[in-house]
Design a protein around this ligand. Structure first.
Ligand code: AMP
Ligand code: GLY
Length: 424
């Protein structure tokens, strides 16, 4: 089979490397890709959100399947457009991708079908939202933009000023554009967070091995939120007992709810969970693989990834047994100096071989470019240095050993990935 992977980050690099392991895959294309991806796939310069451009590219390349990896093209309906043109595609259609595209939708879905989540209210104008905040007078207050916001649409306000600033910038200054037309204000929950990505064809749901993201930029879970500074799999908090409870109370009810709404979800559904003192609750749904969760989950997949993709598209997932490698996997993100704020681009990355790799680990490229025979930085999160091991300690040791071999001016990374949770 030939694949066109849409996207250009560490998640897409991981997907491509996994597809390359399959004896059934002959050729992989990617758009727009990045420097590291260009060593594993033929890359093009069509933007990931350019629906017509991607349809035209898929037709030109005559690919057997398009894998739409990022949230925005899925929410915009890229899979629908591909299917309308007779092209096979992996990912939810627009009607199903709304589960990530609108927080108001997902909160209402959970309320309607009794899926555990934080209590909430929806507001479509700032005055009522502020009145509610003052009336509640409970902090932290959780304020969320309704639509997509590059993972930055959630504010945990510690006091009235922070809440006011958040409401003002989201609803009036429109820092996330129309994504801020509505906001959700919800109850602050506490407990360890778990990411569970699940394969589903709408008929059955098969959760992947669990993982844990590290969203804050600095050690000790301090500083602003990022797209994710590192991940581990499995998540030490996700016991078999918790998994069973999540299946009964969250995963199956969500798949059934989407079917009942006429929004059958096919693809990878991401459950962002919090294990609260009152049981597991959904913090968010994503309609795609997490980034950098994919980097630690997919390397542990034993079953042929292309077979899984096809089983989902053909709605035959129930017939496929999905197997995983034991042990653990860890990913440490090396980011540009200044990230998640402003940062420079074009800085030479030292220590990588000609394929963009180092010995002893796999380097998933996120924000890199390949220019004049060198890898240079080209984004906030630059590299996801990833290693497997017989247990978490071994995986972390190998990942950090590899990180030590790589350097670029201003590079920063957390040194407590896979350790910080012990301090929570
Ligand atoms: P999200 O973009 O929805 O994943 O939210 C980003 C982060 O904000 C989550 O990973 C949580 O750490 C935190 N968060 C979101 N909602 C809540 C909540 N209701 N209570 C506590 N923390 C939350
Ligand atoms: N790592 C969080 C996400 O992909 O949304």
């Amino acid at each position: 089979m030939t694949y066109l992977v849409v996207g250009g980050g560490g998640r897409e690099h991981t997907i491509i490397r996994k597809l390359k392991e399959s004896p059934n895959v002959d050729k992989i294309y990617c758009t727009p890709g990045n420097g590291g991806i260009s060593k594993d796939a033929e890359v093009f310069d069509v933007a990931a959100t350019d629906i017509e451009g991607v349809v035209a590219l898929a037709e030109k390349l005559k690919v057997d399947c398009v894998f739409v990896a990022p949230d925005d093209p899925l929410v915009l309906g890229m899979v629908d457009a591909l299917n309308e043109n007779g092209i096979r595609a992996f990912g939810p259609n627009k009607k199903a991708a709304i589960i990530e595209g609108s927080k108001v939708f997902s909160k209402e879905l959970m309320k309607k079908y009794g899926i555990p989540s934080a209590a909430y209210e929806v507001f479509n104008e700032p005055k009522a939202a502020m009145e509610y905040i003052r009336e509640q007078n409970t902090y932290p207050a959780v304020i969320k933009a309704d639509g997509l916001a590059l993972g930055k649409g959630v504010v945990i306000a510690e006091n009235v000023e922070e809440a006011e600033n958040a409401i003002h910038s989201i609803m009036e200054d429109k820092i996330f554009g129309n994504s801020g037309n509505n906001i959700v204000i919800e109850e602050f929950l506490t407990g360890p967070e778990v990411s569970v990505l699940a394969f589903t064809d709408g008929k059955c749901v098969k959760p992947m091995v669990s993982s844990m993201d590290h969203k804050r930029v600095f050690n000790g879970n301090l500083g602003p939120n990022t797209g994710g500074m590192g991940t581990i799999s499995p998540n030490p908090y996700y016991t078999d007992e918790v998994a069973k409870e999540c299946m009964e109370k969250i995963f199956l009810p969500t798949i059934n709810a989407m079917n009942a709404e006429g929004r059958t979800f096919k693809g990878c559904l991401y459950f962002g969970l919090m294990l609260t003192p009152n049981g597991p609750k959904v913090i968010e749904y994503n309609c795609r693989f997490g980034d950098p969760e994919a980097q630690v989950v997919l390397p542990r997949l034993k079953t042929d990834f292309s077979d899984v993709i096809n089983a989902i598209i053909d709605e035959k997932l129930g017939e496929l047994e999905i197997e995983w490698y034991d042990g653990a996997c860890a990913c440490v993100i090396m980011a540009s100096g200044g990230y998640p704020g402003k940062y420079e681009k074009g800085i030479v990355i030292k220590g990588l071989n000609e394929d963009g790799q180092v010995d002893g680990a796999t380097v998933f490229h996120a924000g890199s470019a390949f220019k004049d025979g060198q890898f240079v930085t080209n984004g906030g999160r630059v590299l996801g240095v990833t290693a497997k091991g017989k247990d978490l300690d071994e995986a972390l040791e190998r990942a950090y050993e590899a990180v030590e071999k790589i350097d670029f001016s201003g590079a920063h990374y957390r040194t407590d990935i896979g350790r910080a949770y012990k301090q929570q």
